[in-house]
Design a protein. Structure first.
Length: 167
C-alpha cells in the first residue's frame, strides 16, 4: 500500500535573509543620503499627519478621524520592556458604524498596503474560524486542521470584516 502526501504552504509574507556568502539582488537596499534627507524633511513638516490622511484611501470621502486611527495602527506602536517583561505595543482598531460608511473598503485598503496582512469576512470571521478551522482534505478525505486568520496574521494586521446580513 503506497500513500502519497501532498504538502501545501500558504504564504502570507516572507523576508529574504542575506547569507554572508551570497549577495541577493535588492536585499541590501540602503537609502541614499538624498532619500534620508527627504524623509526627515517630510517628518518635520507640521502638516505631515494631514498629508498622510489625505493620501490614505483617497477614494473614500471624509472619515478623517477614522483614517488617523487606521494610520496609527499601520505605523504601529513602540515595544515596551519593563523589568525584563515585554508588553504588547500593538494598536487595535474596531470600526463600528452604519451601513455604507466605507468600513469594508477601508479594511481592504489596509490589507493592500500592509506587507503582512490577512483579510477575512463571512464564515472565516466567526469565533472558531479566527483561530483554527477543521476542513476535509479533497484528496485523502481526511479531516485536517487549518490555521485561522488571527494565527496567519500574527505579527501583522488581521482585517476582520464582520457584516450583518439583512434578511
Amino acid at each position: 500500500y503506497l500513500q502519497i502526501f501532498h504538502t501545501y504552504f500558504d504564504l502570507i509574507s516572507f523576508k529574504i535573509k542575506q547569507d554572508h556568502h551570497q549577495k541577493i539582488k535588492g536585499a541590501d537596499k540602503v537609502y541614499s543620503e538624498a532619500e534620508k534627507t527627504e524623509f526627515f524633511k517630510m517628518a518635520n513638516r507640521p502638516s505631515i499627519i494631514d498629508d498622510l490622511v489625505s493620501s490614505f484611501a483617497p477614494s473614500i470621502y471624509g472619515n478623517r478621524e477614522v483614517k488617523k486611527g487606521v494610520l496609527a495602527q499601520l505605523m504601529g506602536g513602540t515595544k515596551k520592556q519593563i523589568n525584563s517583561n515585554n508588553f504588547r505595543s500593538d494598536i487595535n482598531v474596531c470600526l463600528v458604524g452604519d451601513p455604507s460608511t466605507a468600513k469594508s473598503q477601508m479594511l481592504q485598503h489596509v490589507h493592500r498596503i500592509a506587507p503582512r496582512s490577512i483579510y477575512t469576512c463571512g464564515r472565516g470571521s466567526s469565533a472558531s474560524g479566527l483561530t483554527a478551522t477543521v476542513t476535509k482534505d479533497p484528496e485523502t478525505k481526511e479531516f485536517i486542521l487549518e490555521s485561522g486568520a488571527l494565527v496567519l496574521g500574527d505579527l501583522g494586521i488581521c482585517c476582520i470584516d464582520e457584516f450583518d446580513k439583512m434578511n
